[in-house]
Design a protein around this ligand. Sequence first.
Ligand code: PLP
Length: 366
Amino acid sequence: MTDVTTAPAPKPGILDIAPYVGGKSVLAGIAEPMKLSSNENALGSGPKARAAYEAALKSIHLYPDGRAGKLRAAVADHHGLEPDRLIFGNGSDEVFALLNQTYLSPGDNIVTGEYGFLAYRISALGCEAQVKLAPEPGYKAEVDALLAQVDERTKIVYVSNPSNPTGSYNSGEEIRRLHEALPPHILLVVDEAYAEFVVESDWETALPLAREAANIIVTRTFSKIHGLGGLRVGFGYAPLAVAEAVDRIRLPFNVSVPGLDAATAAIADEAHQTASRELVQTWRPRLTQAIRGFGFEVLPSAGNFILVLFRDGKRTAAAANDYLNSKGIIVRAVGGYGIHDGLRITVGTEDQNRAVIDALSEFAAT
Ligand SMILES: *Cc1c(COP(=O)(O)O)cnc(C)c1O
């Protein structure tokens, strides 16, 4: 019998964290569903990354290079960054977790937007920190609303730019204004997981701003444009002092041998990056226009996905989700973000996008 008074108890707050529910990947009775639920690369991984992954097979009995030397040099060279200021993680998710563990004491807080990416929050709660959410009435992080949440216990402000699941973005000017208004002891994390898909001319990467600042971290991932979500590789570009502090708690072999090798090769695969970007930039507006034509709201998106809102009072997101599932299409319900009338749909291949358009056209007629 379990005695509740003597059973091992998780530390305060752990059981208050809502379990993360990822994008579905199976549909009962359908052998090969179209998985458009996790913003993965519709073209898959590139040939150079796959060749490097296969070549890594001869080395999987060896521990990886804990310093990620080759990948570090490749990323630094590609983006023109100082190698020592890079932090590599098991996905950029691990970079967020490492930052939280390094800077958050119990009772501290992080600030992010109401619809900010859940990964920032999970590990912050695990540090017994609070999560303060700035309202996003326009489905977009607002500088003043973020600043209004900052208090004396705030240690980190997280902005995803572009943002998931809304697809909105902040201009370079907005990011600069946010940074200027923040006290210098607060870290500003700018998560640029979708940077490569942006076309808007007032968007800017925060990498040059981060180079000059003592409190900005920019993160990037190999999971989206490079199509390596299953290998878990991401990085942050941080002030040297931050990178060195984080490195004290980073476990020595946090990125695997195949992950390091495939990511290094992916950086050199310009053709795959270009094809991936062009697919999204071609189909994102077509999907948006078509679905708007059926009477549903589609938020403007700067990422490789769109967020469709079902709020005509007649057809719900849940019913649309069921209908898409019945056609073998898996998309992402975003109730976990508090958006109960929305479905997030990854931009897929041409065939997949046409299937989404056809299904929603039929659904609109129900
Ligand atoms: C997909 C995504 C990432 C990438 O996470 P990884 O752990 O690198 O796979 C980061 N931020 C946002 C907002 C994302 O949607």
